[in-house]
Design a protein around this ligand. Structure first.
Ligand code: ATP
Ligand code: MG
Ligand code: MG
Ligand code: MG
Length: 484
């Protein structure tokens, strides 16, 4: 089943259950304290927090999302994209736990002929919050779900809250078992690669007080109006329904992956394990496929590359894609080959990517060109530093690596790789501590700036699970690479 068909069935189903179809909001959240829309519920925050009266009591949407917090997972797990689409159904003081669970179960297991997704019930596992006896009883007694495939999780995994006194409540999640060839038996508690999380049902039920941390708080009472917020990853369901190994092989992403393989003349093999000699190249192709799509969708929604905030994320995505292509052996500009492929894969659902492609591609291609120029000019500086280190018989200094990064925008992984090729080591330790100092300065700045809209910032930060505490990009990647 194609992604577009999954989306259509989702909306049809919930519309049939009395929900109003709400178009996806922009990736650029209208809330200035949130970098991007990170979940289907973001556009509904005013209704969920009862700040505004909703024009409907039930809504459904397929929301475009960006989660930069997941960037390091891309291509390595089967299930994390920087861009993805979250299918959601919402109740604002209308139906609650029982109906939310019943509808989720019905839609997933209902036959394809009958408008459902036709998943085999015996492949599904469910988690509930440890003290949510009500959810447990609904799954077990009303749905008839086998108790041995229901697992209990604590506050850390299965409790939604804002980290502040206010609304909160337990979650129940649905997982799909990909089978023994993907990992250990024992359900989601045992193996998150084999048991893929597909759907999160959040029951906004309580008023929390004395919130000491995200997983340590008191429950002060029931909310007068209880809400439902659910999110299912469209790409994750697509991967299951299309019988492919990961979300990068689904119909809206795979064509770019194939193009990257073609351009590099290397074969894509679906390698899962890093023991596999093809794994590294396969991860690079998945990164390219993911990041190119995210860049396309971000530029479509009005983001342009820059050195801070949203533009910095876009810049990082494009550079990481270009860098991955370079590591695959392609040094020429490749966005003119890759971006149109992503456009063609996405235009069925988002016609604006085609309508606006002239503008989108101009921005993307210019950014790639600029980065290739950076690489070219940084290379001269790097070669000079390599010569000096070699003649002095020492490692390339942390200061040099840092200045290449900071002044020339020359990524540390490139410095490491090229220095190594020239037979010179790099003082990565010193580089790391310089990066850390810079990050601490940036964080101090960010704290200063955030004071203005304290309340929603904390709320949104938690929604974003770390998303808004963004402190600039190369740091994280560089550290991961330096540490190996
Ligand atoms: P995971 O534990 O797999 O990282 P999550 O618990 O962070 O997922 P939620 O915040 O519960 O995810 O989001 C709701 C749903 O959105 C998930 O059940 C999943 O299907 C989907 N989803 C979340 N993050 C991603 C992502 N980075 N790429 C694709 N789909 C995602
Ligand atoms: Mg996650
Ligand atoms: Mg999870
Ligand atoms: Mg979840």
């Amino acid at each position: 089943m194609k992604s577009q068909e999954i989306a259509r069935r989702w909306l049809d189903y919930f519309e049939g259950q009395g929900h109003t179809r709400v178009p996806s909001a922009s990736l650029v959240s209208s809330d200035p304290s949130l970098l991007f829309t990170v979940a289907g519920m973001v556009p509904f925050i005013p209704y969920l927090t009862a700040r505004e009266v909703p024009p409907y009591s039930r809504a459904t949407s397929i929301q475009k999302c960006i989660r930069t917090a997941d960037i390091e997972e891309v291509g390595k797990t089967a299930r994390h994209g920087t861009f993805f689409q979250m299918c959601g159904n919402f109740s604002f003081g209308d139906y609650f736990k029982q109906d939310a669970i019943a509808m989720a179960w019905d839609l997933l297991t209902r036959s394809v002929a009958d408008g459902g997704f036709g998943l085999a019930p015996e492949r599904l596992w469910v988690t509930v919050y440890q003290d949510d006896e009500e959810a447990l009883a609904i799954w077990r007694d009303e749905v008839g779900f086998p108790a041995e495939r229901i697992q209990k999780f604590g506050k850390k995994d299965n409790y939604w809250n804002t980290g502040q006194p206010g609304p909160g409540g337990p979650c129940s999640e649905i997982f799909y078992d990909r089978g023994p060839e993907y990992g250990r038996d024992g359900g989601p508690q045992a193996d998150e690669d084999r048991y893929i999380e597909i759907w999160n049902l959040v029951f906004m039920q309580y008023r929390l007080s004395a919130v000491r941390s995200k997983d340590d708080f008191d429950i002060a009472g029931e909310l007068p109006k209880k809400n439902i917020d659910t999110g299912l990853g469209l790409e994750r369901l697509a991967m299951v329904l299309q019988g492919v190994e990961n979300m990068y092989e689904t119909d809206q992403v795979r064509p770019v992956l194939d193009k990257a393989a073609e351009l590099s003349g290397r074969e894509y093999t679906s390698a899962e394990s890093d023991d596999d000699p093809h794994h590294q190249d396969d991860v690079r192709m998945r990164v390219v496929a993911d990041h190119i799509r995210s860049a396309l969708m971000l530029i479509t929604d009005g983001v342009s590359p820059s050195n801070e905030g949203r533009g910095y994320v876009l810049r990082r995505l494009i550079r990481r894609a270009v860098r991955a292509m370079r590591l695959l052996g392609v040094e020429k500009a490749c966005l003119p080959d890759l971006l149109p492929v992503s456009r063609d894969a996405m235009k069925g659902v988002y016609p604006e990517v085609e309508r606006d492609f002239e503008r989108i591609s101009r921005i993307a291609y210019a950014e790639e060109k600029a980065f290739l120029r950076t690489i070219a000019s940084g290379t001269a500086r790097l070669e000079e530093a390599v010569r000096e280190s070699r003649s002095a018989g020492r490692a390339l200094s942390g200061e040099d690596a840092f200045s290449l990064h900071d002044t020339y925008g020359f990524p540390i992984d490139l410095t490491l790789e090229m220095a190594e090729e020239a037979g010179v080591s790099v003082d990565a330790e010193r580089f790391r501590s310089l990066m850390l100092e810079q990050r601490q300065r940036a964080q101090a700045d960010a704290r200063g700036k955030k004071a203005g809209h304290a309340d929603m910032t904390v709320f949104n930060e938690l929604l974003a699970s770390g998303e808004t505490s963004f402190t600039g990009y190369d740091e994280l990647t560089s550290e991961a690479i330096v540490r190996g």
